[in-house]
Design a protein around this ligand. Structure first.
Ligand SMILES: [Zn+2]
Length: 267
């Protein structure tokens, strides 16, 4: 008697049922794809693929040279190579270089909020790809990616770690590994929104730490910190200090969007 014939009838039924279920769920998914086209996250128009329609994509302000080699703040004219911004000289950060894919404007804010608060994880691949492009001079095979650890909202409720998701996309794009557990937030911080620049800095001072048993993940490594938005830079600066204390060789910063004041000029 061959093996096929020896299988009990219930086994044949089960496998037929599984095949049917697979085909059915595929059909349902197809129907849903037709019935519910993806909407542009910014303007709610139907869109194919990545979540942002062509006209909203055109409204995103991608950051391109010339910009401050230290802070990545775009200049309104090209001051020549290696000219730093006034901010970089007056208030040098603990990190070496920061780069951002886009300016933090209305469309960028919509994308960041959708990723962070509305479970639009489908946006992470496009946002991460734009970041990988903006940060290519930081991303070589000696680097390790460290996402800014999960923020805590009032009431200690957990939310989706958007920085971790963006880091995973960049890891897939570049092959540079993520050390997701390297950095810890060791105390609760107030929300940075509405705080002045000095308040922001003191709010996050000492809030991050590399645990002794995690130091090997960053010691002697070029760390690229990953976050969604850079505002005053206080959070990434506090993270960079913690990483440097843990003997990271250097720390650079790569974000999706950064706040840029208008009329920025080099010194
Ligand atoms: Zn749109």
């Amino acid at each position: 008697m061959d093996a096929e014939a020896s299988r009990p009838l219930s086994s044949h039924l089960r496998s037929a049922l599984t095949t049917f279920r697979g085909a059915w769920s595929h059909a349902v998914k197809l129907a849903l794809d037709i019935a519910l086209p993806t909407l542009c996250v910014a303007c709610r128009e139907p869109v194919e693929g990545e979540g942002v329609c062509a006209s909203c994509w055109a409204k995103l302000s991608f950051i391109a040279p010339p910009f401050c080699p230290r802070l990545g703040i775009p200049f309104v004219y090209d001051p020549g190579p290696d000219m730093l911004s006034m901010e970089a000289i007056a208030n040098p950060p603990a990190y070496a270089r920061a780069r951002a894919a886009v300016r933090y404007d209305d469309v960028a804010r919509t994308l960041v909020h959708a990723l962070k608060y509305q479970d639009r994880t489908d946006l992470a691949p496009a946002m991460g790809r734009w970041m990988a492009r903006a940060g290519r001079e930081l991303l070589d095979d000696t680097a390790v990616l460290v996402p800014v650890p999960l923020h805590w909202r009032r009431g200690w409720s957990r939310r989706y770690n958007q920085s971790g998701a963006l880091a995973r996309v960049i890891e897939r794009q570049t092959g540079i590994p993520v050390a997701a557990e390297a950095l810890r937030r060791i105390r609760r911080t107030e929300q940075q929104i509405g705080l002045s620049r000095p308040q922001r800095a003191s709010n996050v001072q000492g809030a991050f730490k590399v645990a002794p048993d995690r130091q090997h993940l960053v010691a002697g490594r070029r760390v690229v910190l990953i976050d969604d938005v850079l505002t005053s830079g206080a959070t990434v600066d506090a993270c960079a200090r913690a990483l440097l204390r843990a003997k990271a060789a250097s720390v650079d910063v790569l974000v999706f969007a950064r706040v840029v004041d208008s009329h920025r000029t080099p010194i």
